[in-house]
Design a protein around this ligand. Structure first.
Ligand code: HQG
Length: 183
């Protein structure tokens, strides 16, 4: 059996970015058919997935990245998509401050342009600095921006909270950002 982590990374790629890699399609709400996903993955060298293992991956995922529908015939990623699907995000009033961790190399551009979603549908924001630092470290030396989310919300910007606790918004203009950690 291929290890769970490797399979989970592959599932994340399929359900967020490239379902065509295993010859499947997502519906408009981002759902994939579970049987099709399993057989698609098993047609790829080095993978041997069954329902029990998929259930385990979903249950134990450290960021709770995936959800099943009620009868577990469909599966989708809770957030992080680059393909245009509507995962029925909950629009919600954000806390007064949120955080965004990024790599040092992006700081000058973000300071000039604000936060943009790049290849994803939304800018991803964290509720605490520790999480933001981990997200930032994926891109090199981490730097953290404080996001004045309450102020943005009062100015009419929409915020969404994903099923797995990630705050999302379309973009963050630079006037709502301040760089707080630089080490
Ligand atoms: C940066 C992980 C230049 C942005 C995490 C980020 C997250 C700009 C990078 C989720 C910019 C995009 C998403 C601008 C933004 N100029 N760079 N104007 N605006 N950027 O990976 O937020 O483990 O698409 O700062 O935990 O790093 O995959 O986004 O550094 O929740 O589940 O462009 O991915 O979750 O990088 O991470 P990403 P992200 P998973």
């Amino acid at each position: 059996m291929a290890d769970l982590k490797k399979t989970s990374v592959f599932i994340s790629l399929i359900l967020r970015h490239k379902p065509e890699t295993v010859g499947i399609r997502l519906d408009e709400h981002g759902w994939a058919n579970v049987d099709e996903l399993i057989s698609g993955i098993n047609q790829t060298d080095g993978y041997d997935l069954d329902m029990e293992t998929l259930e385990e991956i979903v249950r134990t995922d450290n960021k709770q990245r995936y959800s099943f529908n009620d009868n577990h015939t469909l599966i989708r990623a809770n957030q992080g998509h680059s393909i245009n699907v509507d995962v029925e995000l909950e629009e919600k009033e954000p806390p007064e401050t949120l955080f965004h961790g990024t790599g040092e190399k992006f700081v000058p551009s973000i300071s000039e342009q604000g936060l943009i979603p790049k290849s994803r549908l939304y800018v991803h924001l964290s509720k605490d600095k520790e999480t933001a630092e981990k997200v930032g470290a994926r891109h090199g030396k981490p730097h953290i921006f404080l996001v004045k989310a309450g102020e943005m919300h009062r100015a009419g910007y929409k915020f969404y909270l994903s099923k797995n606790g990630v705050w999302l918004t379309k973009s963050v203009p630079k006037e709502f950002l301040s760089l707080i950690l630089n080490r």
